[in-house]
Structure formats: structure tokens, C-alpha cells
Design a protein around this ligand. Structure first.
Ligand SMILES: *[C@@H]1O[C@H](CO)[C@@H](O)[C@H](O)[C@H]1NC(C)=O
Ligand SMILES: *[C@@H]1O[C@H](CO)[C@@H](O)[C@H](O)[C@H]1NC(C)=O
Length: 612
């Protein structure tokens, strides 16, 4: 008997030792959630759930960790999860780690272990703030809409905070973008008031209670989803250059039927409600040399506003991005190096800059961040506050001898919460900094010597020689052509004001203003036409028939373009004054738009050719 008890004791000890490493992550039956308040923010395409959890340790041994669970519907769309303890200045971020295989918890649930700042003793309480962000949890329903319909979405989530612990009292507030709700889960007590639905309070919710929450509601906020490649190039000459290449799509309800820009512009807020009209970038303070372009060229519709804390850039895509439509564009800017690069005590250099996408409310499915360091940098290490994939590369540009080291970081499903600072530290040999200038000095020295040699040859030609006279004549013709090119470019800018006035007309409906604007433009075009004629006469006088013919062809083409622009204005005004049916007018305008676009290109090419 005594021997048996002894054996059992040994066996139990073995089992206990075996289980010991896991025991930290066991469900502690002494923990009870005394009060849970959840806020579900459904106002945009990303769902943010913040929960304030007050729990009590009803046992006697202190607890060091707390377990969180997610229902499959929540876990499938999880982009970010984080926990904090304390408020204001004493707020601390807690480590949250995925765990699995905990006895008594179904494997269908995802579990996370939160390490508490300090142990919670027997009889004590503590409060946690947990935030989770979910993408793709709001599905457009119906999946396709016409230009005049609003976007409806279906959210599927969890009615309760899924917890391995019992919850004494729980309530949830759901925030919606508008008060239009087609249907929602009716789990009493539930109350809808305006743009808010309140669930609970529910008392004594059993551990691991999983109940589905479904809400079908209006959400016209843009569903901008992108793949983004950011290049952060460090130049020790004082700048950090950032280039961001976006491949963006509108992941909202797909646009059905034909698109009428006329209707879109005439009825803003009623037409194309789920379109992406503009994007807001929040860049660091002192961002400069900002540009925004796509495959056609610079897009001028961007506005920059800067304060001491942020530089805000408002970007308006070339065309509204309707549901299902795609676009590609590049945003670039420079930052002062001094704001981002520091020297560590051990001599290493540390770049400290934000990781994620600076555009608001954009979900980045594939994010690549490339940090390009100066030639001569070695021993690179990155420190990112969340898991990312890392790789190395080398970039060779002009003047480089061995190439610049590149650190490539990749992250899938990045949201606003991932726009945190990260650090790249490296060693740098100061001498390498001189390699490029020395190369430049050598290059210019060679150029200088070469030009000296040429000049010497040139100086031997007498000013009165035939070749000198021919040269002078060629210069004169070239000068006239350059002046003509500049004049025609200025005329193009002036004529474009007609189209700007039409855009304004479609917004304001002020026909009188459009007429006045057009009259002003036509007046100034008439004046500059005289200067064009004068230059053509000068060219005739110079006796270069080939150049004169070239100039005449451009001038004729440009005249066709201005005529088409005038016809466009005529047609738009006629539609607004109802002298022309909207449908016919739109067709005619579309044809004119296409013709003007083609002519513009031809004129641009021809002007370019004048200067060659
Ligand atoms: C586009 O804008 C940038 C910044 O203003 C400028 O440096 C660049 O020359 C422009 N490019 C073209 C093609 O106009
Ligand atoms: C990086 O910069 C941010 C913002 O200026 C700052 O809050 C943070 O402490 C810096 N991190 C490091 C490691 O220097």
C-alpha cells in the first residue's frame, strides 16, 4: 500500500513536470470577467473592435497572463491585435502572442496570450484594453450596383467577446456610418438609435460562448485596397527620398451598367456614391518636393497643407474609381535626413521612420518596404514591431561602384495600425562617401579637358568664314523655332482654361461664368495669334523653307485643336441650357474629348519636333 502511494506520487510528479511548461497558458478557472464593454466601429471598410475588459482573480495564486479568443469569423479577417494596460502616460503596450493546444478550448477558436505588466494577486482586479482590426469582414451585398444606388454591406462577426473565462456583465455598442440598416441580429436586449446599435447588457455569459452577429447596412465609404511598394532611399547628402508605387482597386460593390461622367459631376453625393474620389496622405512634417503621377504624367489635382506636425496631401485621381475599377499611381517626396537618421553610441547609424501606408483608410494587401542605403553601408539590421519577411538586395545606379545595399521587408494585410516606426541600423565607412564626388570630379575634369580641346579647334575658324555664317543662320532659325514653341506651349495652357471652366460649370451650373471665362480665353488667344503670325513672317524672311513648312503645319494643327475646344464649350453650354438633349450632348462631348486628346498629343509632339 505504502509502496503504491509512493509510486503514484512519483508518477504524478512526472506528469506535473511534464505539464509544467504549459501550465502558464492553461485556462485559469479563477479568472472572471467582471465587466466587458465593447465598441465595434463599422464606419469604414475596416472593422475596429475595442474592448475594455475588467477581470478579477478569485483564486489565491497570482496570475501573470490572460487569454483572448477569437471566433472563426473574426480570426479569418484579423489584420491586427494589440492590448494595453493603464491610461494616459502610464499606458503600456502588452505582448500578445498566438498560442494553441490549450486543454478545454475547441481548436476552431484562435487563442492569444497577453502578458500582464505585473501579476494580479488573489482577490485583485485589473483592466485591459484590447483592439483588433479586421479587413474584408464587411462584404458588399448586393455585389453589384448601378451608378445611382448606394452601397450596402453585410458584416458577420461575434455577438460576444469570445472568452475562455466566464463574464459577469457584457455590453457592446456598434457604430455605423449612416442610420440606414436593412437587418440586424436581434439578441435581446438590443436597441437601435440613429447610427448606433447597443447589445446587452448580458449577464453571466458562459465561457467560450460563440454567437453570430450579422448587420446589413449602408456603407458608402470607399473600399480602397492596394498593393504598395515603398522605396526609402537614404542619401547622406541630406535627404531621404520616398517613392511609393500604388496598385489600387475599389473593392466595394462593382459598378454595373454604363458610367456617365455628366451625371457623376452634376449630382455629387447622389451618383457613384461608393466611388473613390480622393485620397488623403499624411506625410511627416517637412516633407518636400512632393509629386503625384501616373503612367500619363503628373497629376496636378493635389493639394498640400502642412503644419509643424504633419504634411497633408489631398490626391484626386485622374478619374473617379468606381466599384471594381483599378488604377496605378506613384506618390513621391523627400524628407530632411536629420529628422530620421541618428548616430547610436556605438557609432552605428539608425534610420527611424514609419513603416506602413501613409494614405488614410487604405488596406494594403501586399506591402513591400525597400530601404536603400548609401554605398559603403554594412552590417544592416532591422527592428520592426511586428513580424515581417526580410530579404537583401543590391541596387546599382549611375556613379555607383559596388552598389547600394537594399533591405527588403514584406508584410501582408497592413492597416493604419501598422504605420508604426521601425529602425534600420548599419555601419558606414566615411571614406565611401567620397567615392561618388571623386568620380564626379574626374568626370568633369575629363569633360573640361575635352571641351578645351574642341574650343581650340573652333577658335581657328575665322568669323567671316562661310561655315561661321551658316552657323549664325542656323542659330537664328533655331531661335525663332524655340520662340514659336514657347508661344504655342503658352497658348495650349491658355486654351486648357476652357476645359477647366467647363469642369467648374458641371459643378456650379453657372452658365454665365462659363461664357465669360471662354470669352476671356478667346480674347487672349486672338492676341497671341498675332505674335504667332509675326514669328512665321520672320521665319519666311530667314529663307529656310523647310523650317517654315514645319512651323505652318504645327500652327494649322494647333488651330484645329482650339476649334475643337471651342466646339466642346459650345456643346456643354447647349446641354446646360437644355437646347440639346443630354444624351446627344454627352455623345458629342465624348467624341470631342477624344478628338481633343488626340490633337493635344499631336500638337505636343509637333512642338517638341520644332525644338529638335
Ligand atoms: C512632375 O512634377 C515634379 C515635381 O513638381 C517635377 O519635378 C517634374 O519635372 C514634373 N514632371 C513632368 C513630366 O512634368
Ligand atoms: C522613432 O521616432 C519616433 C517618432 O519621432 C519616436 O517616438 C521613437 O521613440 C523613435 N524610436 C527610436 C528607437 O528612436
Amino acid at each position: 500500500m505504502g509502496r503504491r502511494t509512493g509510486l503514484l506520487a512519483v508518477w504524478l510528479l512526472v506528469v506535473a513536470c511534464y505539464l509544467a511548461p504549459l501550465s502558464a497558458a492553461n485556462v485559469d478557472p479563477n479568472i472572471v470577467n467582471t465587466r466587458v464593454d465593447r465598441k465595434l466601429d463599422l464606419a469604414t471598410q475596416t472593422v475596429r473592435i475595442s474592448s475594455t475588459i475588467k477581470f478579477e482573480n478569485r483564486g489565491s495564486t497570482p496570475v501573470r497572463s490572460y487569454l483572448l479568443a477569437l471566433a472563426p469569423s473574426e480570426a479569418a479577417h484579423l489584420a491586427f491585435i494589440g492590448a494595453t494596460q493603464g491610461k494616459g502616460r502610464s499606458q503600456t503596450t502588452l505582448a500578445v502572442e498566438a498560442v494553441a493546444g490549450i486543454p478545454g478550448v475547441p481548436s476552431s477558436l484562435s487563442l492569444y496570450e497577453v502578458a500582464l505588466t505585473r501579476p494580479v494577486g488573489g482577490g485583485e482586479s485589473a483592466t485591459l484594453e484590447v483592439v483588433s482590426v479586421h479587413t474584408g469582414a464587411e462584404v458588399p451585398y448586393p455585389a453589384e450596383i448601378t451608378q445611382s444606388e448606394e452601397q450596402l454591406v453585410l458584416y458577420t462577426g461575434s455577438l460576444h467577446l469570445v472568452s475562455p473565462y466566464a463574464t459577469a456583465s457584457e455590453s457592446s455598442k456598434v457604430g455605423l456610418p449612416t442610420s440606414l440598416v436593412k437587418a440586424y441580429t436581434k439578441a435581446e436586449p438590443v436597441k437601435k438609435s440613429g447610427t448606433e446599435i447597443t447589445y446587452g447588457p448580458y449577464s453571466d455569459v458562459a465561457p467560450l460562448s460563440v454567437e453570430e452577429l450579422r448587420i446589413h447596412f449602408e456603407n458608402n465609404s470607399p473600399f480602397a485596397v492596394a498593393d504598395l511598394e515603398r522605396e526609402i532611399e537614404v542619401s547622406h547628402w541630406g535627404n531621404v527620398y520616398v517613392t511609393e508605387n500604388y496598385k489600387m482597386r475599389n473593392a466595394g460593390a462593382k459598378h454595373k451598367g454604363t458610367f456617365s461622367r455628366f451625371e457623376y459631376q452634376a449630382r455629387p453625393g447622389m451618383s457613384g456614391q461608393n466611388a473613390i474620389r480622393e485620397l488623403l496622405a499624411r506625410l511627416p512634417p517637412r516633407a518636400n518636393s512632393i509629386y503625384y503621377r501616373d503612367e500619363i504624367g503628373n497629376i496636378s489635382t493635389s493639394h498640400v497643407r502642412s503644419t509643424s506636425r504633419v504634411t497633408e496631401v489631398q490626391l484626386e485621381p485622374r478619374y473617379p474609381l468606381m466599384g471594381g475599377w483599378k488604377t496605378e499611381f506613384t506618390l513621391g517626396y523627400s524628407l530632411p535626413l536629420a529628422d530620421f537618421l541618428f548616430r547610436a553610441k556605438d557609432g552605428r547609424r539608425v534610420l527611424n521612420i514609419t513603416f506602413g501606408c501613409p494614405l488614410r483608410d487604405v488596406v494594403v494587401e501586399d506591402l513591400t518596404v525597400k530601404v536603400i542605403l548609401p554605398e559603403g553601408s554594412t552590417d544592416l539590421t532591422a527592428s520592426v514591431p511586428f513580424p515581417v519577411a526580410q530579404a537583401r538586395d543590391v541596387r546599382l545606379t549611375y556613379l555607383d561602384t559596388v552598389g547600394r545595399p537594399v533591405l527588403v521587408l514584406k508584410k501582408s494585410t497592413a492597416v493604419m495600425e501598422h504605420n508604426q516606426h521601425f529602425q534600420v541600423s548599419y555601419r558606414f565607412r566615411g571614406v565611401a562617401l567620397l567615392a561618388e564626388p571623386l568620380l564626379l570630379v574626374a568626370f568633369f575634369l575629363a569633360l573640361f579637358l575635352a571641351s578645351m580641346a574642341c574650343l581650340r579647334v573652333d577658335l581657328t575658324i575665322a568669323k567671316s568664314s562661310a561655315s561661321y555664317q551658316a552657323d549664325l543662320h542656323r542659330h537664328k532659325v533655331r531661335d525663332i523655332l524655340a520662340r514659336l514653341a514657347a508661344l504655342l506651349t503658352a497658348r495650349a495652357t491658355e486654351a486648357d482654361k476652357i476645359e477647366a471652366a467647363l469642369k467648374e460649370l458641371s459643378r456650379s451650373g453657372d452658365v454665365g461664368a462659363a461664357r465669360a471665362a471662354r470669352k476671356a480665353v478667346e480674347g487672349s488667344l486672338k492676341d497671341s495669334a498675332k505674335s504667332v503670325k509675326a514669328l512665321q513672317d520672320e521665319l519666311d524672311g530667314a529663307g529656310d523653307a523647310k523650317a517654315a513648312a514645319k512651323a505652318a503645319a504645327v500652327v494649322a494643327k494647333e488651330q484645329q485643336k482650339v476649334t475643337a475646344q471651342a466646339q466642346l464649350a459650345e456643346t456643354a453650354v447647349a446641354v446646360w441650357e437644355k437646347k440639346l438633349a443630354a444624351k446627344d450632348g454627352e455623345q458629342r462631348m465624348a467624341a470631342l474629348h477624344a478628338r481633343i486628346k488626340a490633337l493635344k498629343q499631336e500638337v505636343r509632339d509637333a512642338i517638341q519636333a520644332l525644338e529638335d
